[in-house]
Write a new protein. Sequence first.
Length: 87
Amino acid sequence: MEELRTRLFAAPSYVPGIVYLLLYTIAAEAIRFSGYAVALEGKQGRVPYVILGALVAIVIADIDRPWGGFVKVSQQPILDLQTSLPR
């Protein structure tokens, strides 16, 4: 059991690139369909949809990579928990 746990924690814990590709593809299609629906109504303004889609994708990518980016989270609570646990 301990070997399985060690192997699972040794595996990379980040989102693979193919998932980002899928995320961006779905976001691009959603933006495209939203823009098409807005155009059918005769209104202008695809820019907010494009900005919103880009911001969502950037935030998801940023949260997945905690060692770099805009969102910074302190590791001190985890370190405190680690020192308080019995060995």
